[in-house]
Design a protein around this ligand. Structure first.
Ligand SMILES: Cc1cc2nc3c(=O)[nH]c(=O)nc-3n(C[C@H](O)[C@H](O)[C@H](O)COP(=O)(O)O)c2cc1C
Length: 259
């Protein structure tokens, strides 16, 4: 096994960091690694924000559900789906894109591009001995985040990535058996088999939590996700995406911000 694979397989989220900022060189290396990711049709439909302002970091930590490590880390990145720059590119060529930018396909392209860039950034950071944690909590309050960060139309902050020198030895979370996520030659539709494999995974995860919490927790994975999915979360999202003119309804963002 080579070193890159070893690093990838050793991933774990880190949620406590030393009080040591990343250097400019480290930040730029991570961003360049992100940019090296493949990108649909060469569109590069994402922008990465780096947040260094302490007040903004504190505000973002609150908006992301009071997650302290969003404020205290070596560097805070925010990955945004971005079609704003594409609109400018078209204008430079005298082309009016009309509604085509707002298509679901273009939205998906930007989401995929941003996620691929972020994962490249994560692997780069981990290979430099740094720890990382994605922060989807940012999507709890996207109108407020957008205002704080001056986010234009056709740009959507998707998640943050906190990076830093680890101050904790995080545990590695076991993943599903390979057969559950890798099906050859078509989707595996044998439900009986599915249930058996999921039950085996439940046992693995229960043992993991038991060991990690000295017997206080023994969650089954299926119970954990089913419970989580009973709660509707961030139901404002469709309106927000519309408001950002990514689904056709260009006035609603203005309406919201004027309220
Ligand atoms: C898009 C995304 C958003 C996430 N959001 C959060 C978050 O807001 N807070 C947090 O502590 N962890 C967050 N995580 C980390 C996951 O909880 C973590 O990756 C998962 O539990 C597996 O653990 P591991 O990364 O240690 O293997 C997020 C991960 C992803 C991919």
């Amino acid at each position: 096994m080579n070193e890159i694979i070893e690093k990838i397989l050793d991933h774990r989220s880190v949620r406590a960091f030393q009080d040591k900022e990343l250097t400019k060189e480290e930040i730029h290396t991570i961003v360049k690694a992100a940019q090296a990711a493949s990108t649909s049709s060469f569109l590069q439909a994402y922008t990465i924000l780096g947040i260094t302002d302490k007040e903004k970091k504190a505000a973002l930590a609150q908006l992301a559900g009071n997650q302290g490590y969003v404020e205290h880390n070596g560097h805070l990145f925010i990955f945004c789906a971005d079609a704003h720059r594409l609109e400018i590119a078209a204008q430079m060529e005298g082309i009016d894109l009309g509604d085509t930018l707002s298509s679901t396909e273009n939205f998906m392209i930007a989401l995929i591009d941003a996620a691929l860039a972020a994962q490249n950034a994560s692997i780069a950071a981990e290979s430099m001995g740094l720890g990382i944690c994605y922060i989807g909590g940012l999507r709890n309050n996207l109108y407020e985040v957008s205002e704080l960060l001056n986010i234009p139309k056709h740009v959507i902050p998707l998640f943050a990535l906190v990076v830093g020198h680890p101050a904790q030895a995080a545990d590695k979370k076991p993943r599903m058996p390979l057969e559950l996520v890798y099906h050859e030659n078509g989707y595996q539709s044998n439900e009986e088999e599915y249930r058996k494999q999921l039950e085996a995974y439940n046992e693995t995860i229960s043992a993991y939590y038991q060991e990690r919490t000295k017997g206080k927790r023994a969650d089954r994975w299926t119970a954990q996700v089913a419970q989580m999915l009973t709660q509707k979360s961030r139901s404002y999202m469709k309106d927000y995406v519309k408001a950002k003119a990514w689904i056709q309804n260009k006035d609603s963002y203005q309406q919201h911000t004027e309220k």
